[in-house]
Design a protein around this ligand. Structure first.
Ligand code: PGA
Ligand code: ZN
Length: 424
């Protein structure tokens, strides 16, 4: 009843209007699971490779070849496998690839099958995906990390730092956490409008505010004022997180802060970030340096002691890169993006390795995402502790928040607040 019978893929659109792979897996008992995969803009070099068509359709971004891979090679390979064995499909997909980061099969093709098969397995077992992944016991809802001001590749480089986010440290539950963040975003929008930015206050790719401010420090000031004017104590109730996405600023011999007309050397950028941390209630910094600067990351993590330092492009949800990072003390947290890895099994392995090393874990969406909400179930089922899916605007973002609210309302859940339980 739980063996894969049918696999069908098609080309869908992501939140930027770019093609992406969607897939439905049906098992012999008739249950099925569907998945639409996301796609990044500030991608790292070590991610699983997306198969794109080239040519004229969609500026070369069509995914008909990836869809074809699912409908032929991958469908033939997984047909007959038992979805009740959670790793069976993923192990086969990984074996088919060998070690090419899915350049031949397409990471987008592989992930669509991996997620759709898991969903079919959960549906056939009569469970939510979160429950199926987690097993018995209360389901731990993650702490959200919510984008308020966007920059970098997601907001026409209005500022250099890609995300200025809030973490509602003092919230007692998930519902309250979400409401606090929404309140801060609304206050930030009101303050930006009042400051005369008017029509230039736009909604960026991840739903945050795209505002052409005078630089990164000014954006941090605005965010902290928004926290205060929403009625919260910065750093106690609501703290700040930053994703520098430094790959995007790296020119080959320096970090270009275009919004401030400055180019900084590695040590200068770390100093700059340490200054932001000293002057503002910043508790988490993602991708402070580019993906190949292992020594800089280790020194930066030591310098930013007490701060959650998250590797996104640095680790690219790859187990050997994470192991290298743990060995070197290059960070103390990992961003887990399943499409960087390729399969659910692979991404979960990275999350588990990080937690075994005592690191914090954050499950993350991509800047090009969809209305599909499976990421919320992964964050819960994998006990990630934290989740980052952009802001509380745009339906592809709210789909994940709404799914977490649904799980809270319909399942036995707890709220995990890693910021209260253990200092990083
Ligand atoms: P991306 O951005 O999906 O464009 O890579 C998300 C992030 O950098 O965290
Ligand atoms: Zn990032």
């Amino acid at each position: 009843m739980t063996r894969i019978d049918q696999v069908v893929a098609w080309e869908a659109l992501d939140s930027r209007g770019r093609p992406t792979v969607a897939c439905r897996v049906t098992v012999s008992g008739g249950s099925s699971g569907r998945a639409v995969v996301p796609s990044g803009a500030s991608t790292g070099s070590y991610e699983a490779v997306e198969l794109r068509d080239g040519g004229h359709r969609y500026g070369g971004k069509g995914v008909r070849r990836a869809v074809e891979q699912v409908n032929t090679v991958l469908a033939d390979a997984v047909r007959g496998l038992d979805t009740a064995e959670p790793d069976a499909v993923d192990l086969l997909l990984e074996e088919l690839d060998g070690s090419s980061r899915y350049a031949r099969l397409g990471g987008n093709a592989v992930l669509a099958v991996s997620v759709a098969a898991a969903r079919a397995g959960a549906t056939a077992a009569g469970m939510s995906l979160a429950r199926w992944l987690h097993g018995p016991g209360a389901l731990p809802l993650p702490m959200p990390m919510i984008n308020v001001i966007s920059g970098g590749a997601h907001a026409g480089r209005a500022i250099d730092v890609q995300d200025l986010l809030v973490i509602p440290l003092g919230a007692a539950g998930f519902t309250e956490a979400l409401e606090w963040c929404a309140r801060v975003r609304e206050e930030a929008r009101r303050l930006a409008l009042a400051a005369g930015h008017g029509a230039a206050v736009l909604v960026a790719d991840e739903g945050g505010l795209g505002v052409p401010l005078g630089g990164n420090a000014e954006a941090l000031d605005l965010l902290v004022r928004a926290i205060e004017s929403a009625g919260f104590t910065p750093g106690t109730d609501v703290a700040v997180a930053i994703d520098v996405a430094a790959n995007q600023l790296w020119t080959g011999d320096g970090y270009e802060l275009g919004s401030e007309g400055r180019t900084l050397a590695t040590a200068e950028l770390v100093d700059e970030i340490a200054g932001w941390v000293a002057r503002h209630p910043v508790v988490s910094v993602e991708d402070p340096l580019h993906e190949d600067d292992w020594d800089g990351w280790a020194a930066g993590t030591r310098r930013l002691a007490g701060v959650q330092v998250i590797g996104d492009d640095l680790f690219a949800t790859d187990p050997s890169r994470l192991a290298e990072g743990v060995r070197r003390g290059a960070a103390n947290a990992v961003l887990v993006k399943v499409n960087q890895n390729g399969t659910l099994r692979g991404a979960r392995g990275v999350l588990d390795d990080a937690q075994r090393a005592g690191w914090a874990t954050v499950v993350s969406a991509r800047s090009g995402d969809t209305e599909d909400d499976w990421l919320a179930d992964l964050a819960v089922g994998w006990r990630a502790g934290q989740i980052k899916v952009g802001s509380v605007h745009r339906s592809e973002r709210c789909a994940k928040w709404n799914r977490l609210l649904e799980l809270e309302a319909t399942e036995d859940t707890t709220f995990t607040n890693p910021w209260r339980e253990a200092a990083v």
